[in-house]
Ligand binder design. Structure first.
Ligand SMILES: NC(=O)c1ccc[n+]([C@@H]2O[C@H](COP(=O)([O-])OP(=O)(O)OC[C@H]3O[C@@H](n4cnc5c(N)ncnc54)[C@H](OP(=O)(O)O)[C@@H]3O)[C@@H](O)[C@H]2O)c1
Length: 319
């Protein structure tokens, strides 16, 4: 048996609870992962709320991002072996002690040396989304890029990828996260009233590109500020903004299979910093989501599953 986070009705965070579940059968080509860390994303609670993300029937697992240790492999699996440290993503399933991956070639990567098994556990959605968007922005050295939610899981990666490409980055966040942004070479502005005036003061000659993590109003504000539609990526306003405004909605769905490998190594080598704000035990899953939604975290919020301690060999691999 294993424990998993699940819900049986759509609604708020109080619907999330831990339940006993059978350990999955490992069939040919499958990989069973003992999950160690699982990152929280806004997508999780959007799915929990239901609406355009569907209505739960019976019960649903929760969470997408995970990292852990390969516990067992099915016949025919050659790329992974028990004991390997791995990470990846599986929608509505990741928050379980024993996670069955039926298509490991599409969903699983080895944790590269130096990445950190905790960081790896919160990287799949944000990393893939950031990589997809930055590709679409086609930044040139010297461009000024506006990133909203620059302290958030996606924004903080986008902002650093853009800095590494030679762009100047102005990023919005609450005041408490401005020091973090400055430490990463991002010029912070506070979102809300007066933000566009502050952006104009910082960049009187205009901004050339924008990565928007917020709603349709922000997309309209960017167009008003003179950013060309084809240099705006929007991931927070839903799919209709593409048709309405002609902006890109390049997000997680258009990431490439090797994006995580590239990004994992960039983080491991110190080119990108992905801070962890707080780690909760899985029993505290409701508190963890409340923290995500209300505490303005400075980095990722993770859940940790109890597991056997890593072996010396596994620890050595992570250093
Ligand atoms: N389309 C896709 O493929 C895709 C993929 C991933 C995510 N998303 C969506 O993109 C959004 C961001 O995801 P994330 O993982 O980065 O979220 P996150 O980690 O929760 O970060 C949210 C960010 O938004 C900022 N913020 C909060 N309220 C704001 C407001 N009223 N105006 C401007 N900024 C505000 C936060 O700043 P403070 O914490 O400093 O207040 C933080 O920087 C979510 O809506 C998510 O569902 C879409």
């Amino acid at each position: 048996m294993t424990r998993r986070v699940q819900y049986t009705s759509n609604g708020g965070i109080d619907q999330l609870h831990l339940a006993e579940a059978a350990t999955p059968e490992v069939g040919p080509g499958h990989v069973l992962v003992s999950v160690l860390y699982t990152g929280l994303n806004p997508l999780d609670w959007k799915m929990l709320q239901g609406g355009r993300f569907g209505t739960v029937e019976g019960s649903s697992g929760n969470g997408v991002d995970f990292s852990g240790v390969v516990a067992e492999v099915g016949s025919g699996v050659e790329d992974f072996a028990p004991g390997d440290l791995v990470y990846g993503g599986l929608p509505k399933q990741a928050q379980t002690g024993q996670l069955l991956i039926e298509d490991p070639a599409d969903r699983l990567d080895r944790v590269p040396r130096g990445l950190g098994i905790d960081t790896a556990g919160g990287l799949y959605i944000t990393g893939r989304t950031a990589m997809s968007g930055i590709r679409d922005l086609g930044l040139n050295e010297g461009d000024t890029l506006f990133v909203s939610g620059a302290s958030g899981g996606v924004g903080i990666i986008v902002a650093q990828l853009a800095r590494n490409l030679g762009a100047r980055v102005i990023g919005s966040a609450s005041q408490g996260n401005h020091a973090l942004l400055r430490s990463l070479g991002v010029e912070p502005v506070t979102y809300g009233e007066g933000m566009w005036d502050n952006v104009r003061t910082l960049a009187p000659n205009g901004i050339q590109a924008a990565y928007s993590t917020q709603g349709e109003d922000e997309v309209a504000g960017l167009l008003d500020a003179g950013v060309p539609a084809e240099r705006i990526v929007s991931i927070g306003a839903g799919p209709t903004v593409a048709e309405t405004y002609g902006v890109s909605i390049a997000g997680e769905a258009t990431a490439r299979r090797d994006d995580m490998v590239w990004l994992g190594q960039a983080i491991a080598y110190g080119h990108i910093h992905v801070p962890i704000d707080r780690v909760f035990d899985v029993d505290e899953v409701q508190d963890a989501y409340r923290h995500l939604l209300t505490a303005h975290p400075a980095g990722k919020v993770l859940l940790r599953f109890p597991a056997k301690p890593l072996t010396d060999e596994q620890r050595a691999h992570l250093r």
